[in-house]
Design a protein around this ligand. Sequence first.
Ligand SMILES: Nc1nc2c(ncn2[C@@H]2O[C@H](COP(=O)(O)OP(=O)(O)OP(=O)(O)O)[C@@H](O)[C@H]2O)c(=O)[nH]1
Ligand SMILES: [Mg+2]
Length: 396
Amino acid sequence: MKIKKFTARTFSEALELVKKELSDDAIILSTEETKGFWPHVEVTAAVDFDQEIQRPIRGQASGMKRQAPEAVYTETGGSRKQAPPAPAARLSPYAATALPASRPLPMSKAAQTGGNRPQDSGADHLKKEISDLRTMIEGMKNSGYEMSLPATKRTMVRFLRERSVREEYAYRLCDKTTDMEKIASVIAADIKVKKHQGMKKAVMLIGPTGVGKTTTIAKLAAQAVKAGKKAAIINLDTYRIGASEQARIYARILGIPLSTVTTTEEFLSTLAELSGTRDVVFVDTTGRSPRDLDYISGLAELCKTTVPMELHLLMSANTDDECMIEAYRSYRNLPIEYIAFTKIDEAVRYGALYNLLLTYQKPVAYLTTGQRVPGDIEHATVNRLASLIVNNECHA
Ligand SMILES: Nc1nc2c(ncn2[C@@H]2O[C@H](COP(=O)(O)OP(=O)(O)OP(=O)(O)O)[C@@H](O)[C@H]2O)c(=O)[nH]1
Ligand SMILES: [Mg+2]
């Protein structure tokens, strides 16, 4: 890997120099502009060792013997001092290390001495060196990028990233505040929650397999019964063995009617009928992979009811950021009104919740915090969500 600082009159001139000397694959680590008597810009760029060794090395093509590396130059605060030769893999990602173009690349000992070792052990060594460098350059990308930030912002970005907040969102947040005391309220301002104005006539829960739909229906139905409402459950889950039985047990305990339906027509007519006699009807849907397009279009058909219905998408809080966003994408064409996060008690970080909420701007209806029915459910509040994200603790 090679890191070099380029000075030019403008950024585009500097970038041209970077391209010319380090190739198109160079990573820009930092940029600095100086105005005044001698206006100029400084761009620090790095290129991966892997790309370096694929390029013809000066002198080699003409059959010249490769020189042993003489020295590695370390640039600190603009002044150059000579440092003893060091294996590239051990260079600190934080050191701005420059190898002048006229000097040979730092190589592994095996690669330098050629026939002294068996071929494969040299190759293995080089592989390891390259892999170490890759890891290091990944670190460089981050630290280099971060290094141009003031220390307070850097600390905040790291703090947020440790909580799984996406890098771009972390930068956005630290533009708003670098005060640890205020970060929760800045996050809270980005989040929406459902107002406690009650529910529509029907409440349908959808979400990936095993996310907790049936358990949450039981919790919500129990709350409704407790509030003196006449509730009912429609179960659409005839796909999984035991699913109807699970719903039947909850309905029996709560003393409310349960209808199990197998077709869209049956569902629409049952819902229309129940809505005439019940205050609220909870609809439990089949758990399937969100990638199953037939399943998603089947859900869209169910949403064509004329009965006022809230559609809640349940997401498990212990899902990683990518899976959560990916799952949401599969459902996003449905008329989702609220998100609810389940298994808050099982998650170890909550940044993925923030990423999803900021990306899709959906209000959160409730959080479920355990398997106990009906206890483990709470209305979502912005402060509770922000506190989860910042403090990383399920218990308030
Ligand atoms: N720890 C924890 N477990 C939960 C929570 N909610 C549900 N579960 C458990 O998750 C498992 C699956 O719950 P279900 O309610 O059957 O999930 P589902 O989404 O209906 O599943 P499918 O219908 O198969 O898609 C059960 O063991 C529940 O007890 C929660 O908030 N925390
Ligand atoms: Mg279920």
